[in-house]
Design a binder for this molecule. Structure first.
Ligand code: PMM
Length: 286
C-alpha cells in the first residue's frame, strides 16, 4: 500500500469520549471522570482501535473553556485509558494540553485546527514524538459558517490541508506521523460536506492517512428531516463510515462504535470478495 505512516489493512475506529459536564448526566468532577473512563473502556471492548478524549466542545457555536479546565477534565481519563493499554488520542486545540496528555500516555494529538488555533502546537507535537491529526479549519466554531466560501470545496480543502501538512513537516513532524482530516462540519454547509465525502478517494490519493468524522453531525439530521433522531443519526453515521472505508480512509471517528464496527466489517468482507477471482465455474454453481 502506498502512503505515509501506519497504513493498516482495514479502516480503524476512533471512539469518541467527550469529557464535558453536559456529556454525562450524573455531573460532578469525579462522577464525570469515572463515567468517561468507563465509556472509553466500553468503546474499546466494542471494537474501537483508538479512544479520542476531548475536554472542550468544538461544536458549532460552542464557547471555549480555559486550558486549565480542559486539562483537569481530560488528564485522569487519558492516564487511566492509556494505562489499560488503549491507544489514546487527545482532541485539543491547546499545545499545553496536548503535551501533558502525551506525557500521560496519549499517542496522537487530534487538533481540528491543524495548529492554527495555537501557534505553539506543531513544535510541541514535533518534540513529543506523538502522531498528529490535522483538521481542515478556517476559524473558531462560533462563526465558522461565515467562512464556508469555496471555489471547489474538495480541491480547496486538499490545498489548505497540504499547506498545514507542509507546516507540520517544517516543524519537524515526519509525514509518517501525520493524518489529514477534511473537517466535516467545520466551515462547511450540508451540501459541501457531501461534496467532501464524495471526494474522499481524491483526498486519500494525497498519500497521507485520512481520518473522517461524520458522527451524529447536523448535516445528517438535515438529510433525515422528520426521521431525525439519535438512532437514525447513528445508522447514517455507520453508513457514511462504511462508505468512507470503501474510499480508503485510515480511520473514522464515531460515538457509536458497535454499529460502526458492523459497517466496517461489511466493508472489509466486501473488499475481500472483490479480491477473490470470480471464476466462471463459481458463477455456474451459484
Ligand atoms: N469533529 C468534532 C470534534 N473533533 N476531530 C476530528 N479529527 N474530526 C472531526 O470531524 C471532529 C473532531 C466535533 O464533533 P463532536 O462534538 O461530536 O465530538
Amino acid at each position: 500500500m502506498n502512503g505515509f505512516g501506519d497504513t493498516a489493512a482495514r479502516t480503524l475506529i476512533m471512539g469518541i469520549v467527550n469529557v464535558t459536564p453536559d456529556s454525562f448526566s450524573d455531573g460532578g468532577r469525579f462522577a464525570t471522570t469515572a463515567a468517561a473512563i468507563a465509556q472509553g473502556m466500553l468503546l474499546a471492548s466494542q471494537g474501537a482501535d483508538w479512544i479520542d478524549v476531548g475536554g472542550e466542545s468544538t461544536r458549532p457555536g460552542a464557547e471555549r473553556v480555559g486550558p486549565d479546565v480542559e486539562l483537569a477534565r481530560v488528564l485522569p481519563v487519558v492516564r487511566a485509558l492509556a494505562a489499560a493499554g488503549i491507544a489514546v488520542s487527545i482532541d485539543t486545540l491547546n499545545a499545553s494540553t496536548a503535551l501533558r496528555a502525551v506525557e500521560a500516555g496519549a499517542r496522537l494529538v487530534n487538533d481540528v485546527s491543524a495548529g492554527l488555533a495555537d501557534p505553539a502546537m506543531l513544535a510541541a507535537v514535533a518534540d513529543s514524538g506523538a502522531e498528529i491529526a490535522l483538521g481542515h479549519w478556517r476559524g473558531p466554531s462560533s462563526d465558522m459558517y461565515a467562512r464556508a466560501q469555496y471555489d471547489d470545496v474538495a480541491g480547496d480543502v486538499v490545498t489548505e490541508l497540504r499547506a498545514r501538512a507542509d507546516a507540520a513537516l517544517a516543524a519537524g513532524i515526519d509525514a509518517s506521523r501525520i493524518v489529514l482530516d477534511p473537517g466535516i462540519g467545520f466551515a462547511k454547509d450540508a451540501a459541501q460536506n457531501w461534496q467532501v465525502l464524495a471526494a474522499l478517494p481524491f483526498i486519500v490519493s494525497s498519500g497521507y492517512r485520512v481520518l473522517i468524522g461524520t458522527s451524529r453531525k447536523k448535516f445528517l439530521g438535515t438529510m433525515l428531516g422528520d426521521r431525525d433522531n439519535l438512532a437514525t443519526r447513528d445508522l447514517a453515521t455507520a453508513m457514511t463510515s462504511g462508505l468512507a472505508a470503501q474510499s480508503g480512509v485510515w480511520g473514522v471517528r464515531v460515538h457509536d462504535v458497535a454499529a460502526t464496527r458492523v459497517a466496517l466489517d461489511v466493508a472489509t468482507a466486501w473488499q475481500s470478495g472483490a479480491r477473490t477471482p470470480h471464476a466462471k465455474e463459481n458463477h455456474d454453481q451459484a
